[in-house]
Design a protein around this ligand. Structure first.
Ligand code: HEM
Length: 297
């Protein structure tokens, strides 16, 4: 792995650990004396900042005024170097591990539910054509079962499993709960996705059909399914993320077969573990085979 990726992973982990500390005083003292995890975090951030600035410098050398990619657009409108650097890092943080986490969970669920994988393949053959490649964004939109399966996957395994906000001034929630200024308020998509009150008695089952009405995908209220958050600060990359997850899954499962490796000591079941972005603690060991050739045991 590159220095950037290693530092990025380390900084994400250490920042998440800050949030889980018994008291913020612990990490604040460590930061003051530049010791332990805070020293490691500072070093990781130095590497990340340096490389993010390098990305911006390279783009500047290439010329950005006529380019239409996201970074060039930001560079055309933002002069502050530190702000640009933070934009690069925010988009990486928001878009890198979240999609990877969703894909890992999805491949795990598909391996455990071959009938769902089969439905996705049959739908793809019907809409796109057997042995044909996806041609357009519109065609992707016709894959209702695939979309339902992706939503169902993230209901049970949301990449952002909980998310906190701090109240700026005294407020009252719609149900009358008073929230004092400075209070930390957390919503928990992982817990909400499993509530029987919200999803019914089969809330723990992976059942893509719950998202379909007459074979057509239908959205749920985002406040019931806050996987991408809801309201004004909803995820800016939602549609891009969904497109990535669906395209990667389709192109891989149409060509390859993924078989879970037999349980390994201590890794018996993949463990969904918290972090800034949740992921499977020991990765997802699989054997990859050609879809046209059956696996032999
Ligand atoms: C499955 C994948 C993804 C999930 C589950 C997800 C989820 C979320 C969530 C829960 C938030 C709210 C965070 C907060 O307010 O604390 C958020 C914000 C955001 N996401 Fe995503 N995200 C995903 C992919 C992406 C991608 C691919 C991008 C862009 C490349 C992206 C860009 C952003 C940005 C810029 C924000 C901040 C929006 C704002 O504060 O106004 N996300 N996302």
């Amino acid at each position: 792995m590159s220095d950037f990726a290693l530092s990025f992973d380390k900084a994400s982990r250490l920042s998440a650990e800050r949030a889980m500390a018994v008291s913020p005083l612990v990490w604040k003292l460590k930061r003051l004396f530049n010791i332990g995890s805070e020293r490691e975090l500072r070093e990781a951030l130095r590497v990340i900042n340096m490389l993010a600035k390098e990305v911006i410098n390279q783009r500047r050398k290439m010329g950005f005024s006529k380019h239409k990619d996201l970074l060039s657009r930001f560079m055309n409108n933002v002069d502050d170097e530190t702000c640009l650097r933070d934009i690069v890092i925010s988009f990486l943080l928001a878009g890198r591990d979240t999609v990877a986490s969703a894909l890992t969970s999805f491949f795990w669920l598909l391996a455990k539910h071959p009938q769902v994988e089969l439905e996705i393949l049959l739908e793809a053959d019907k809409v796109i054509g057997a042995n044909k490649e996806l041609r357009s964004f519109e065609e992707l939109g016709k894959l209702h079962y695939l979309q339902a399966a992706v939503y169902e996957c993230m209901r049970l395994y949301p990449p952002v499993q909980f998310d906190s906000k701090f109240c700026v001034e005294d407020d009252v929630l719609p149900d009358g709960t008073k929230v004092k200024s400075g209070t930390r308020v957390t919503y928990h998509p992982y817990a909400m996705g499993r509530l029987e009150d919200l999803w019914g008695e089969d809330s723990m089952e992976f059942r893509p059909q719950r998202w379909l009405k007459g074979g057509v995908f239908h959205h749920e209220n985002p406040f019931k399914y806050p996987v991408f958050q809801a309201g004004l600060r909803v995820c800016m990359g939602k549609e891009m993320a969904l497109m990535e997850i669906k395209c990667v899954t389709l192109s891989l499962i149409r060509s390859f077969h993924f078989k879970l490796l037999p349980p390994v000591v201590n890794h018996a079941t993949p463990r969904f573990s918290p972090g800034l972005t949740a992921t499977f603690r020991f990765g997802l060991p699989v054997i990859v085979g050609d879809r046209k050739i059956e696996f032999s045991e």
